[in-house]
Design a protein around this ligand. Sequence first.
Ligand SMILES: Cc1cc2nc3c(=O)[nH]c(=O)nc-3n(C[C@H](O)[C@H](O)[C@H](O)COP(=O)(O)O)c2cc1C
Length: 177
Amino acid sequence: MKKAFPLSKVYGLLEPGPVVLVTTAHKGRTNIMTLSWLTMMDFEPPRIGMVLSERNYSFAALKATRQCVINIPTVELAAKVVAVGNSSGRRVDKFAAFGLTPCPAREVEPPLIEECYASLECRVTDARMARQYNFFVLEVLKAWIDPARKHPRTLHHQGKGRFVVDGRTIALPSGKK
Ligand SMILES: Cc1cc2nc3c(=O)[nH]c(=O)nc-3n(C[C@H](O)[C@H](O)[C@H](O)COP(=O)(O)O)c2cc1C
């Protein structure tokens, strides 16, 4: 028998993922934020929808520059992912504070994060829903992965400090995509 579940906790059932570290660059300052509310929208060029709250320092940077890098960390970086998500670039240089290494991107101003398994250089193609929903549509211009990492175990946020860590991969014959 199912029982009623609080609406405030529904987001944790539809666990999104992976948790990413979004870098921005604005007015000579680079910044990082943790973000889990992402969705794929198209194959190629890859299109991504992202919810980034206007309360975050990163919001103004993304809105003004229309550029970011989506960096995908693995479980080894879990403590830093949480620390980045619990501090603001208004007050802290998060690269220095959390020992993360910026490296230049090819197509955009914000840096890649060296320690992350993959990095996606993105531009905002549609910000019309940013005002009402904090929703940005991004196109990936350039993608990078670390080929040495054969089994990257990404983090998936369930809310309130709980994460699911990627486990076994299975391949099914009907898996079209
Ligand atoms: C695990 C985790 C997931 C988060 N997901 C999001 C998200 O999807 N969207 C968002 O706007 N903020 C999200 N946050 C909150 C921001 O990372 C946080 O407010 C951060 O301090 C913003 O940094 P900034 O002020 O330097 O931009 C998340 C935080 C954590 C710890």
